[in-house]
Design a binder for this molecule. Structure first.
Ligand code: ZN
Length: 278
């Protein structure tokens, strides 16, 4: 198979337990084909964050985020913020999240979601660390909270962006990036494709949201895997009338800048564990 050089999957859930014994193979395949993967330490409870940090520590081109997913907001405790603060000291941890609001499922009560979101934004400001945001059918409240709490210099990505032109404009005005996922490749997503076609190139990053959201034309391939991000990149290039190489170069540069990833293209030393932490 041809190498897809230079792509970064900015959003993959590798530590929710979903991949089970296949995880090492998925990691090896990702490292062989991609430049880097952000392993999202949120979703599926509170154990995914330390697991994401541990995985990223083992592999220099895997990076971790830590946070509490809005679905899990009812699990929020102040102690969790202390744990995120400690984990964020690890060199492998490059962002907080995914955090935000999801009123589509309301798996946690909206008031719990808002409280957990605000608490994590306060921590992000304290740590000066970028954000991975999850916003679904909650734009008015999310924008209000972000305008209150978001330090503009921090930056972040609205992962798996599914809003319309107005939401894109609002997110871009806050200095945020838009995450392009397989959702935009689905047949009903014409308006979303137009948003991504028109968005400033320097504000786009690509993602798989593995193991979910396999991109067309491989929607039936389950689970989704980080290497599938090349289909997102190819589709994005088509909508924008750009070459795959241009999209790869831009989205990789954007992810590197946003998350301050080290040593472009180079193999690095494994991330050292912070002393005194397991
Ligand atoms: Zn996610």
């Amino acid at each position: 198979m041809a190498m897809t050089a230079g792509l970064i999957d900015s959003h993959a859930h590798l530590t929710t337990g979903f991949f089970g014994p296949r995880l090492p193979a998925v990691v090896q395949e990702s490292l062989a084909e991609l430049e880097a993967v952000l392993v999202i330490g949120a979703g599926g409870g509170v154990a995914t964050a330390p697991a994401a940090v541990a995985l990223a520590r083992e592999h220099p081109r895997l990076y971790a985020t830590v946070g509490l997913h809005p679905h899990d907001a009812s699990l929020f405790t102040p102690a969790l913020i202390s744990q995120f603060r400690a984990m964020a000291r690890e060199p492998a941890v490059v962002a907080l999240g995914e955090m935000g609001l999801d009123y589509h499922y309301n798996r946690s009560p909206p008031s719990d979601q808002r409280a957990a979101f605000r608490a994590q934004l306060v921590l992000a400001r304290e740590l000066s660390i970028p954000l991975v945001l999850h916003i679904r059918e909650a734009w008015a409240d999310a924008l209000e909270i972000l305008r209150d709490e978001l330090p503009l210099a921090l930056g972040g990505v609205v992962h798996c962006f599914t809003g319309g032109p107005a939401e894109a404009e609002a997110a871009l005005a806050l200095g945020l990036h838009l995450g392009v996922s397989g959702i935009a490749t689905y047949s009903h997503a014409g308006e979303l494709r137009e948003v991504f076609a028109a968005a400033p190139r320097e504000r786009l990053v690509i993602e798989t949201d593995s193991p979910y959201l396999s991109p067309a034309p491989h929607r039936r391939t389950r689970p989704n895997r980080p290497v599938m991000v090349r289909h997102v990149a190819a589709a994005l290039a088509g909508w924008r009338g750009e070459t795959l190489a241009e999209v790869a170069r831009a989205t990789t540069a954007n992810a590197r800048r946003l998350f301050a990833l080290e040593n472009p293209g180079a193999e690095r030393e494994p991330h050292a564990a912070v002393e005194g932490r397991s």
